[in-house]
Design a protein around this ligand. Structure first.
Ligand code: GTP
Ligand code: MG
Length: 195
């Protein structure tokens, strides 16, 4: 999809604030600092529409980005960041769960994992959760520019194994620096959202 116009429609903390027009939505999930906001910016070809930071815990609300009035990208707060208080973490968890389990326009989720490390217990739980709720899932291995080309296939295999991915779910290596993976991710998004 060629994106022309992007607007941040709402930064929501409660279900009552979600958009009501029923357009398809794709959620971007993953632990803090994994690169969710950077992936969104790359996909919409904007430098800093979704705010990014080297400090984990930047995104604290469900941010609904309207793409050409056809599709929403939903930037979700990251999980697994120890320095966020227990109370704040519980609040994020409830917010994310409410969204994932009740949201009718949700067509699929992009689950980001860091290609430099093994998937965390939280990554594995999140994948299982998405499967339990029958949400179509694309796993994106981020920051692949940090992995030598010769090791990339191994990284993909390792993630597939550790996360025990369904045969129908694929891993796409991605770099916000080089743009690698851009076309493959967009084609999954178009197919999944029907746009
Ligand atoms: P939270 O909002 O805190 O949950 O983080 P996030 O998942 O949105 O991560 P964000 O996009 O803010 O990126 C975190 C840091 O990783 C930033 O310093 C980015 O510049 C860096 N980063 C993101 N993607 C890549 C990538 O593909 N390659 C490299 N080398 N760095 C990346
Ligand atoms: Mg973010």
């Amino acid at each position: 999809m060629d994106v022309h116009d992007v607007k941040l429609t709402i930064s929501a903390v409660a279900a009552a604030q979600y958009p009501t027009d029923g357009r398809p939505e794709i959620a971007f999930l993953g632990r803090s600092n994994v690169g969710k906001s950077s992936l969104i910016n790359k996909l919409i070809k904007r430098k800093a529409m979704a705010r990014t930071s080297s400090v984990p815990g930047k995104t604290q609300t469900l941010n609904f980005y309207d793409l050409d009035s056809r599709l929403f990208f939903v930037d979700v707060p990251g999980y697994g960041y120890a320095k966020v208080s227990k109370a704040a973490r519980a609040k994020f968890a409830t917010m994310i769960e409410t969204y994932l389990t009740t949201r009718q326009p949700l067509h699929g989720a992009v689950l980001l994992v860091d290609s430099r490390h093994d998937p965390t217990a939280d990554d594995i739980s999140m994948y299982q959760y998405l499967k339990y709720y029958q949400i179509k899932t694309l796993v994106v291995a981020t920051k692949i520019d940090k992995t030598p080309k010769s090791k990339r296939l191994h990284v993909v295999k390792q993630i597939t194994k550790r996360m025990d991915l369904n045969q129908t779910d694929v891993v796409i290596p991605f770099s916000a620096v080089t743009g690698e993976g851009y076309d493959a991710i967009w084609s999954w998004l178009e197919q999944t959202a029907g746009v």
